[in-house]
Design a binder for this molecule. Structure first.
Ligand code: C5P
Length: 238
């Protein structure tokens, strides 16, 4: 089946989303990422609005709190009918297990439990910052792999990671473990503030399971054509 790139909806309001969607045919069902800036402006209504139009949602809220609180929050997230959501692996195995349990409890009958993935080390964290701020003395790579293994142990579906980390994470985890990778840029596209990017084609070849693409689509002159081109590359049809 054809895989869709997940479009990062880094918009400030519902109006901006509506304007962006006018570029797409009504029957083009998208997979979109809603992050905390949009969610905290528009709330669950924005998820409902997009779901009613047939789009699939990755709700990127990166939960990190005590297990009981995360479990209850995840019940609510599951009720929204999202496809993917996430937590911080730094919250620990018990918190991740509670998150998963909350999703199971909140999922309506006849619906699939959302896939649950974990953020390991944020890609905005440098090795130096990790040593100093978190007092973690191993290398950044070791820390990422450790968190990936904790995530697997907790029974989650996978991690958010840089495409450059995918190979090592796949080697260290079971075959079903998912790597979802942002920082994707088609050949020749502006890199923006991303430091280590990869093309959709290369990401597929090295084993990314989902790619997240924002500005190359949302800021494109023709967002629909840009989306189709990236989708083609991601599916190895370009
Ligand atoms: O516009 P761009 O393609 O760079 O957007 C990438 C999206 O993925 C943004 O929403 C960004 O916050 C998110 N992201 C990322 N790197 C991570 C985690 C999330 O770029 N490590």
């Amino acid at each position: 089946m054809e895989q869709r790139p997940i479009i990062a909806f880094d918009f400030a309001s519902k109006q901006e989303i509506e304007k962006f969607l006018t570029h797409f045919p009504l029957d083009e069902k998208l997979f979109v990422k809603i992050g905390m800036e949009l969610f905290y402006q528009e709330g669950p209504a924005i998820v409902k609005f997009l779901r009613l139009q047939g789009h699939d949602i990755f709700l990127d809220l990166k939960l990190h709190d005590i297990p009981n609180t995360v479990q209850k929050a995840m019940r609510g997230i599951a009720k929204m009918g999202v496809k993917i959501t996430n937590v911080h692996a730094a919250g620990g195995i018990e918190m991740m297990q509670a998150a998963k349990q909350g999703l199971i409890e909140g999922t309506k009958e006849n619906q699939n439990v959302p896939e649950l993935i974990a953020v390991t080390q944020l890609t905005s964290t440098s090795e130096g910052q990790m040593h100093e701020d978190q007092l973690i003395s191993v290398s950044l790579e070791e820390s990422v792999l450790h968190y990936a293994k904790c995530t697997e142990k907790a029974g989650l579906n996978g991690v958010v990671c840089s495409a450059h980390e995918v190979k090592k994470i796949h080697e260290a985890t079971n075959n079903d473990f998912i790597c979802l990778t942002p920082g994707i840029r088609p050949q020749g596209a502006s890199v923006g503030d991303q430091k280590r990017v990869m093309t959709p084609e290369k990401a597929r070849k090295i084993g990314s399971n989902y790619i997240v693409v924002g500005r190359p689509i949302t800021q494109a002159e023709d967002p629909y054509q840009s989306y189709l081109q990236i989708k083609k590359e991601w599916n190895g049809e370009a």
